[in-house]
Design a binder for this molecule. Structure first.
Ligand code: GUN
Length: 302
């Protein structure tokens, strides 16, 4: 990868997400016209977490904008495990629904793993069932988690060929850290997964040609943790008080990533902003996964 001059090139998620959503909408139009097939996405939200409500609304709106069928289920916080499992089973059996997403986190009294285990893997557009995690780890086609898929698209657009690059993923969650490490491995990177127990995390990060931050700790990754010219993908979405004391005193908050953007942008070759980077790709990749699931269900794709 040719190293661009400092400061870093900003990887604008808006441009790539818009392009992917347009491609998805074109494919949906073709499927409807040629096969009478309208991909359908069901999103299930339990409880009233404000951030989840925003994400879920956005998923519904973008599905409709792409010409897809969209069904959003908003269940009360006191929903029981049995009620949620019954809904998942009904959606598994519904031929108009090709993708099901259960928004996480679920309220504490619900068993997340048990709910995810009930999802039909062919409709698991979040890639969170063990079947899809196993397919990803085995290098087989499946439905892969949306945020990691979006990150890989941004990396390929910005950096190009990733072969032989040293990649460090900070974070080991099922939703992001583990699956993106698998995708980087599939792209022939040499991959390290770092986490809260990693010794001398800064030194590990400094080895990375590609650094993916997915820890959920605001601005944890500082400029001097970054190798000059590296590609930095910031998956963090953290709400913090404004730096301006007046605004902070009014209780106003803003969203920042896991990377200290101002510092990192002076060192990195490429960097994703927060907001405006990875987050926008997640929904676009979800729409794409739903189209893939619909085509497979209809026998139109292997
Ligand atoms: N909560 C935050 N991100 C995600 C996601 O990608 N999928 C689901 N199901 N829940 C989330």
């Amino acid at each position: 990868m040719a190293e661009p001059a400092s400061p870093a090139q900003i990887i604008d998620g808006k441009i790539y997400a818009e392009r992917l959503r347009r491609d998805v909408a074109d494919e949906v139009a073709r499927l409807r016209a040629e096969h009478g097939l309208q991909p359908g996405l069901a999103v299930v939200l339990v409880g009233d977490d404000p951030a989840s409500q925003i994400y879920v609304r956005s998923k519904g709106e973008h599905s409709l904008a792409a010409g897809m069928h969209s069904a959003t289920y908003r269940l009360p916080a006191e929903t029981t495990q049995d009620e949620l499992v019954s809904l998942v089973k009904a959606l598994n059996a519904d031929p108009a629904i090709h993708g099901i997403l259960v928004q996480l986190p679920l309220p504490k009294h619900l068993d997340e793993r048990a709910v995810l285990a009930m999802l039909d893997p062919e409709k698991d557009v979040d890639g969170l069932t063990m079947i899809n995690a196993g397919r990803l780890a085995s290098g087989l086609p499946g439905l892969y988690p949306c945020t990691p898929v979006g990150c890989m698209m941004l990396l390929r657009e910005a950096v190009g060929d990733l072969t032989g690059r040293r990649a460090v993923v900070v974070g080991r969650s099922m939703l992001v850290g583990r699956p993106i490490a698998q995708l980087l491995l599939q792209a022939d990177c040499t991959v390290t997964i770092a986490h809260s127990r990693t010794r001398d995390l800064a030194a590990v990060c400094r080895e990375a040609d590609i650094l993916v931050a997915a820890v959920g700790r605001p601005r944890m990754i500082r400029g001097d943790w970054i190798k000059p010219g590296a590609a930095v993908i910031d998956v963090g979405i953290n709400r913090v008080p404004f730096d301006n004391p007046e605004k902070a005193a009014q209780g106003k908050t803003k969203v920042v990533g896991d990377v200290h953007f101002k510092e990192a942008a002076q060192v990195a070759g490429w960097i994703t902003p927060v907001p405006g980077g990875v987050g926008l790709m997640t929904v676009a990749a979800l729409l794409q996964n739903t189209v893939t699931a619909a085509k497979r269900a209809a026998g139109l794709e292997a």
